[in-house]
Design a protein around this ligand. Structure first.
Ligand SMILES: Nc1ncnc2c1ncn2[C@@H]1O[C@H](COP(=O)(O)OP(=O)(O)OP(=O)(O)O)[C@@H](O)[C@H]1O
Length: 762
């Protein structure tokens, strides 16, 4: 049973990793500029310097210089106190690969790690053991167990499991009726000191899946959850002073096992002797669990150059973190949280396991780890945003406290029997008294005090009872332990005090305070009055008798109800056990045909998600298809148009070819004509040149004749008698020569040459 639910936000711390030698060697120097730092104005703010400046606020910010001890002191120490008070506590380390999650948590701790480098787990465990063995808790008895589980490719692996993995029972996640998540089928190892814890942690982390990525030579490829379950039994004496010291020591023997034990163990039966211890006080069982969650790297696949198995791991890691992100979104976005009733815890094993640690019954701290340098800026920003959303989640943390025996039917049966016997003794005493008073006798106070019913335990129940019970039902809570005296130990010892009790002190009935009261019963009666005046003790006895009768009746009803409830629960348990055995058998048989039946709700949801994603892909594909079809039609139309244009072009080509043919014919004809012409030209040239030659010959002859004539003339000049006839002859010859020269010039003008250097005369 839980008490004192208080709403708390998920606390978020940011840790900036210092640049390590590996970073300096492996990452490009030009991207090693530090881009994130603690704000100088507010120690809980970080500033990211990029093109634009971004500021994020967290509950704690740890600079690269912060030591492991400082982280522990500032963020973890007070959570141990909460754990001891009975709260469930969860610490999650989130961030990209190599950002320092494992270092911060100390998940991979072993003896080689120096004390100053020890992470949260070893420090917390050392502090826890130091506290539980200290004087402060000497009235408590503790049972501490550890388990270590890994989620790798959506499989749950028990890291502390021994023997052959195939022969181990499967690890299953379960949810109890109160929404608490627990798992079955894994080793829970009892530890009594910190060394034992560290041995288990080291052994488990050796079994953890690690691989080499581009960014971390020893990268955790899985989510790992190291859990500590603590059951403490606290004795609350009846004369307890709220907020003060216990004034009596607890009795030496105490209830054997916690009334409500999770993680598979059954409540133990109770013996009568243990009931007796309620007379001095009562045992309260507080159980709480502490999860240390070292998440796998949140980076995108391409950053780690993952392929093959690494990529498969990456996809599974990312789907787990995506589901965690969706849960954080659903819980962390104030608008969504108001409207969202469904938080997708079942989307991954990780979120299912952390269901009651996120938005549930837990004190939760997320430590977001980031790299300081520019190279990782995108991952850093996404981690900061993720962590920032987580700050908005409200958890309802409460102490897991139960009064001893409340769930223990055997204990309740014994109690009913004890009450019955007390009532019958009381009845007998009352009858005896009535008889005596009828006989006129009176009962001395001494005799009354000898009655086992009135004496001691039940003294107050006969007078201040109703008043006392009013107080219980009005404001009782197990934290305050507002105890009523010894005589009410029956009521207070009955594990029904956490539910409202009736004013008659009968457990399990939720009747409002005073609802069933008669004025008589409400009236406080002084015991002194009752027993010093014999005249008034008869109605007093009568009243007690009636009240007891009613109590008996109520107890019988309660007993019947409990028996029925017990029978029903047993039947349900048997049914679940059968189903479980059947499933177990199926899984063991490993029959692939039958195995199909073991489709869990989670898988169905996964299938539904896959189907809906396929449907959306189908919608996109069919839209693309429609688009392609219309494009195709358009193309067909174009082709048709092109075909008809082609036909037209063919005609054109044919007519062009015809025209070309005609032209060719014409050309041929022209060529023939030209040839004929040129032949003609050649013959005319020949004729002309012959003519010219002829003319030249003639001219030459004339020239020769002229020269002969001149000579003759000269000879004649020597004789005067022949002078006039010679000059006539010369005139005639000159005229002839002129005529011939004109003829030659005409021929020259026609382009006929009379030798290579011939030029027409002007
Ligand atoms: N605050 C720190 N001071 C000194 N060294 C650190 C610090 N944080 C991380 N380192 C070192 O950086 C390296 C990577 O850190 P770690 O293995 O813790 O990263 P991780 O986030 O767990 O990576 P992965 O997700 O791949 O497992 C380790 O060598 C670790 O010792």
């Amino acid at each position: 049973m839980s008490s004192n639910g208080t709403s708390t936000s998920v606390q978020v711390a940011l840790r900036i990793k210092p640049l390590t030698q590996d970073d300096l060697t492996n990452l490009p120097a030009r991207f090693q500029r530090q881009i994130i730092s603690v704000s100088p104005y507010n120690q809980n703010q970080v500033v990211v310097e990029q093109e634009k400046r971004q500021i994020f606020q967290f509950d704690h910010v740890f600079s690269p210089e912060t030591t492991q001890q400082e982280v522990y002191e500032r963020a973890i120490e007070n959570m141990i106190t909460k754990f001891l008070e009975g709260y469930n506590v969860t610490i999650l380390a989130y961030g990209q690969t190599s950002s320092g999650k494992t270092h911060t948590m100390g998940t991979a701790d072993d003896r080689s790690i120096p004390p100053e480098s020890k992470g949260i787990i070893p420090r917390t465990m050392a502090a826890l053991f130091s506290l539980v063995t200290s004087g402060q808790y000497k009235s408590h008895k503790f049972s501490i167990k550890v388990s270590f589980i890994e989620i790798h490719n959506e499989d749950l692996i028990d890291l502390l499991g021994e023997g052959n993995e195939e022969e181990r029972p499967p690890v299953m996640i379960r949810e109890d009726s109160r929404g608490n998540i627990y798992w079955t089928g894994l080793q829970e190892l009892k530890v009594t000191n910190v060394d034992e814890v560290m041995d288990h942690l080291a052994r488990g982390s050796m079994n953890r899946q690690v691989g080499v990525t581009d960014m971390n030579s020893k990268s955790s490829r899985s989510h790992a959850i190291f859990s500590v379950t603590m059951v403490q039994q606290k004795f609350i004496p009846h004369n307890y002073i709220p907020g003060g010291q216990h004034v009596t020591s607890p009795p030496s023997s105490r209830p054997g096992t916690p009334a409500s034990s999770r993680f598979g163990s059954q409540p133990s039966s109770r013996t009568n002797s243990s009931l007796d211890k309620f007379d001095d006080g009562e045992w309260v069982t507080i159980s709480s669990k502490f999860h240390f969650v070292d998440l796998a790297g949140s980076e995108r696949l391409k950053r780690t150059a993952a392929s093959g198995d690494r990529a498969r791991e990456g996809i599974s890691i990312n789907s787990g973190l995506l589901a965690l992100g969706n849960v954080i979104s659903a819980l962390g976005d104030p608008n969504k949280a108001r409207h969202t009733t469904h938080v997708p815890y079942r989307d991954s094993k990780l979120t299912r396991l952390l269901q009651d640690s996120l938005g549930g019954n837990a004190q939760t701290l997320m430590i977001a780890c980031v790299s300081p340098i520019e190279y990782n800026v995108n991952e850093t920003i996404s981690t900061l945003k993720y962590a920032n959303r987580a700050r908005n989640i409200k958890n309802l943390a409460s102490v897991n406290q139960e009064e001893a025996g409340w769930n223990d039917v055997t204990h309740l049966q014994n109690l009913v029997m004890k009450l019955r016997s007390e009532i019958s003794t009381l009845k007998a005493a009352a009858a005896q008294n009535t008889l005596r008073s009828q006989n006129g006798g009176s009962l001395s106070p001494e005799k009354v005090s000898q009655s086992p019913i009135i004496n001691g335990n039940n003294k107050h129940s006969l007078n201040g009872y109703s008043e006392k019970n009013n107080r219980i039902s009005g404001g009782m809570n197990t934290q305050n332990n507002d105890f009523i005296g010894k005589n009410t130990s029956i009521t207070s010892g009955i594990p029904g005090r956490m539910t409202p009790t009736t004013t008659s002190g009968i457990p399990g009935k939720s009747t409002p305070v005073g609802g069933r009261e008669t004025p008589t019963r409400m009236r406080p009666t002084s015991p002194l009055n009752t027993f010093t005046n014999g005249n008034i003790h008869q109605p007093r006895e009568k009243l007690s008798y009636e009240a007891l009768e009613e109590q008996l009746l109520q107890l019988q009803i309660s007993y019947q109800e409990l028996t029925q409830k017990h029978a029903k629960t047993s039947a349900e348990l048997a049914l679940h056990q059968d189903n479980y055995d059947e499933m177990d058998e199926i899984i063991k048989n490993n029959d692939p045909g039958i195995k199909l039946k073991v489709v869990t709700e989670q898988e169905i949801e996964q299938f539904e998600k896959t189907i809906s994603s396929l449907e959306s892909k189908l919608a996109i594909t069919s839209a693309a298809l429609t688009h392609s079809e219309s494009m195709l039609k358009e193309q067909e139309n174009r082709i048709e148009g092109a075909d008809s244009a082609n036909e037209q072009n063919k005609d054109l080509v044919a007519s062009l070819q015809k025209y070309i043919k005609e032209l060719e014919t014409k050309l041929q004809q022209r060529e023939i004509d030209l040839r004929i012409t040129s032949t003609r030209d050649t013959s005319s040239e020949k004729f002309i040149s012959e003519t010219i030659q002829l003319l030249e010959t003639r001219l030459k002859e004339k020239d020769e004749a002229y020269a002969e004539l001149e000579e003759k003339l000269n000879n004649l000049q020597l004789g005067e008698s022949s002078e006039s006839s010679s000059s006539d002859k010369i005139t005639r010859l000159e005229a002839k020569l002129e005529f011939l020269s004109n003829e030659v010039n005409k021929l020259r003008n026609l382009g006929i040459k009379f030798g290579p250097d011939d030029r027409p005369e002007n």
